[in-house]
Ligand binder design. Sequence first.
Ligand code: SIN
Length: 535
Amino acid sequence: MAERFDILVIGSGIAGLSFALKSAESGHKVGIVTKKHQAESNTNYAQGGIAVVTSATDDFDLHVKDTLIAGDGLCDESVVRKIIEEGPKCVKELIEIGLEFSRENAESYSLGKEGGHSERRILHVADMTGKAIETALVGSVNSHPNITTFEHGFVIDLITAKKLHQVADDADISEDRVLGVYVLDVLTGGIRTLAANAVLLASGGAGHVYPFTTNPSIATGDGIAMAYRAGVPVQNMEFIQFHPTTLYSESPKRFLISEAVRGEGALLRNLEGERFMDAYDERAELAPRDIVARAIDEEMKKSGSTHLCLDITAKDEAYLKERFPSIFNACLDQGINISKDWIPVVPAAHYLCGGVVTNLNAETGLPGLYACGEVACTGLHGANRLASNSLLEALVMAHNGADAVNHFMGDVDMSTPDLPDWIDGEMSDPDERVVITHNWDELRKAMWDYVGIVRTTKRLQRAKKRIELLSNEINDYYWNFKVEPQLLELRNLALVSDLVVRCALKRKESRGLHYTLDFPEKSAELYNTNTTLSD
Ligand code: SIN
């Protein structure tokens, strides 16, 4: 028997929690489903901060211009303007629930600078902005009587009218409707059926399609995959942002060295100690991220080195400990005192600029389904996200989405049908689990080798073939055995990888984060043209 909610939120980062709070305040009964514990999200790891216009020397036009330049001809200007203009109001609400941004003094905030920004405009809490945001939001969510949180709940798939054969198989997506979700309780292995009139996807990105990423282990593209399986269009999946500077180590988990460190004067050097960024772009270390990551990739390939160096030794230890406490300590744990030693850095997968297509109300093509944050593609980021614009987007879109859902709830027919329980496959055969671990490694290696910072058509086609083979094996396994988290993640990663490669093959030019040696120039014809997949 299904448990009923007005609204279900999948994910517990800034987008999901802000949206849940706002919806609960409108009187709706809200369920939040989160894969691990409540505070584990991409938001939690954000170091940089929120790009928002607050200073007297800054203005909306400048922020819009910087975003459009970084986005390289693919941003939707009306979306960019609206999100940027609504930023200050939404950030004020975060401050009202207790978030305290770092300050210069009682009158003014400390504003960070990052690549592509012409002004200092990043509100931050030292270098732990995401954690501070999560703490503030989790506190408010947990004390709200209209919100129930299901931790360790893995959403397997959306339940739609079409899947229940309540509308024809070939009906247009706009005639379909979301009715709820099936959730695997990771701790017990049981599967719950949750019914709702509206569902928000706020499940973050998909950094784990690559073996080296700054993202926490939850970032496996679940929301994108389940939306696509329900027939919802996704777009611009080729635009994977590689962060230029993550701490080089033997571990695949890459610790982020925030771009704010370059904003405070850090220089990139090769292993000979020479600076190189000004040979690539006049903005040097503060060029947009796509340019810096590509330059590092090229320097590493030229010299055959495994990493390069970031030098912030011009700043003293006391300053660095206060401004970048978590970076200072993480490096010190590796024996690197960043006030004296250069930091070994290497690029790693960081952010997905594409995703589930939404309008400015966070509405997807499927009635009742909304998407906010990294899972969504609103048109803000275009071909390359401007640093620290993502928390801004998540916050503003959560507010817009909550308003839109509130209207939708007034219109929708509340008599949702009874939902059938999940039907389990056979018990899994432990001997076969090796298929999961093996395919997990093979998939991500193929993505790293063939769908990285620099691409070619041949490499993309090679990746496509491998992903097809792996997907067939994974789907066989999915349909024949009992579901478990690693299998569900792998199934989603395989689908998301396929979407990335198919979008990349469609884009016959180099623009923003998509750089291919076969089409090294931008195509004027593809200006403002998104790569959309919906079948
Ligand atoms: C960083 O601090 O460099 C990351 C910020 C972001 O990805 O926007």
